[in-house]
Design a protein around this ligand. Structure first.
Ligand code: NAP
Ligand code: COA
Length: 265
């Protein structure tokens, strides 16, 4: 068995509609491929039209119904319009994946207020905006899921990326609050926390370009970076009926890093 996709029943997500931010690259792209491969319709929102076109063309070539819209998650009006467009095109929204994020290494003493604000705006405010705009559609779904991509470094604190750690901690708190508030509406709200995932901007920018690849691998219990498919598989589990009783949970998929290595510095 080469791919996590093979363990899920074909057509598992037939008829489901996914709205995902940042699905044109990295982990988000892998989530689109897996959920789309299992029958879901995929609607991607982010800023870069070239990246989005390539991703949507790839999905369509595999027979997946897919569309994209250019939207910056820092702007509520753009988010609202993107969600409305997805619901209009696909007849509703069943699954919201808050994946878009921005990050960079920077000692906190040197971080500008706008650097801090930029990451909080993309990660935390963008996640809230998507949840708020998608809520009426999710409430009408009958199979609703919200899954946000976070990190265990939100809990430990993230030296050199305190902005991202704080933003992700906020998302985890929001996740727990919405899990309770929106349970009566049938909306299950969870997060997935990846460890370092090979071939992604996150790992390239934070670890490889800074010469920390070997030390970071040594700090993962399984002694390797994860694969995009490892995260897509966890997301798929949460979207499937196997996840029907799971809400308000952080599903950690990190090769055991959280217990071998408390923070990133
Ligand atoms: P990535 O490829 O850079 O994905 C981030 C996506 O967010 C991009 O596709 C980007 O698309 C989109 N984005 C950024 N700013 C945006 C904005 N203002 N509005 C709309 N979209 C925006 O990085 P990745 O490493 O796969 O990260 C994906 C998620 O996994 C993130 O939430 C990240 O924090 C999390 N994560 C990653 C790792 C890892 O090892 N890679 C580990 C733990 C958690 P555009 O450029 O088109 O806007
Ligand atoms: N170190 C310190 N500060 C930085 C920085 C770095 N490496 N990169 C950006 N900043 C600061 C900028 O200086 C600016 O602050 P200032 O106005 O006080 O100078 C602020 O952050 C915004 O930068 P800007 O380049 O204008 O933002 P942007 O909106 O064009 O891009 C980023 C947002 C910076 C998060 C960019 O890296 C991005 O688009 N990332 C998306 C992909 C990504 O990070 N993926 C990894 C996910 S884990």
């Amino acid at each position: 068995m080469n791919s996590a996709l093979e363990i899920f029943q074909p057509g598992l997500l037939d008829g489901r509609t996914v709205f995902i931010t940042g699905g044109g690259s990295g982990i988000g792209r892998g989530i689109c491929d897996m959920l789309g491969g299992l029958g879901a319709k995929i609607f991607i929102a982010s800023r870069n039209p070239e990246k989005l076109s390539v991703a949507v063309d790839g999905l369509r070539a595999d027979g997946v119904t897919a569309e994209f819209i250019i939207a910056d998650v820092r702007d509520y009006e753009q988010v609202e319009a993107a969600i409305a467009r997805c619901a209009e095109r696909f007849g509703g929204i069943d699954i919201l994946i808050n994946n878009a994020a921005g990050n960079f290494n920077c000692p906190t003493a040197e971080l500008s207020p706008n650097g801090w604000k930029t990451v909080i705006d993309i990660d935390l405010n963008g996640t809230f905006y998507c949840c708020k705009a998608a809520y009426p559609h999710l409430k009408a779904s009958g199979h609703a899921r919200i899954i946000s991509i976070t990190t265990t470094l939100a809990r430990s604190g993230w030296p050199q990326a305190a902005h991202a750690g704080a933003a992700k901690a906020g998302i985890q708190s929001l996740t727990n609050a919405l899990a309770v508030e929106w349970a009566p509406d049938g909306i299950l709200v969870n997060s997935v926390s990846p460890g370092p995932i090979a071939g992604t901007v996150g790992v390239d920018k934070l670890y490889i370009e800074t010469g920390q690849e070997e030390v970071m691998i040594s700090r993962v219990a399984l002694r390797r970076f994860g694969k995009v498919d490892d995260i897509a598989g966890a997301v798929t589990f949460l979207c499937s009926p196997a996840g029907n009783y799971v809400t308000g949970t952080e599903l950690v998929v990190d090769g055991g890093r959280q217990w071998t290595f408390a923070s990133a510095s």
